[in-house]
Design a protein around this ligand. Sequence first.
Ligand SMILES: [Zn+2]
Length: 119
Amino acid sequence: MSSHLDEAALAALRAALESERAILRREIEDAGGDPDSGQVGVDLERGFADSAHATAERANLIAVLDGLRGNLREVEHALARMEAGRYGTCERRGEPIPLERLEALPAARLCISCKSRTP
Ligand SMILES: [Zn+2]
């Protein structure tokens, strides 16, 4: 293993990511979205333009779904990197991301120093 993380740490982080993925998928479904596509659910399309209120609610819901899907993509990306054996390294310069940062944010792509330089 080329990772600076030991097996126990990786197993714990994988469990955290998988649990986050399950929660995000459920939240997307509960909000009427499809976790596997960018489509808004049928329930949302019905009643669109009924009123300004419905339109605002729909826009709000779409923003919520976009946020949830964005988080889900980050979590799935982290799991894919774990499969590839590249988990836990900074995607900009390749240096190891400290375990404390990964424990706080298992889907982190960048180390704190690169992250702070990213707008
Ligand atoms: Zn970095």
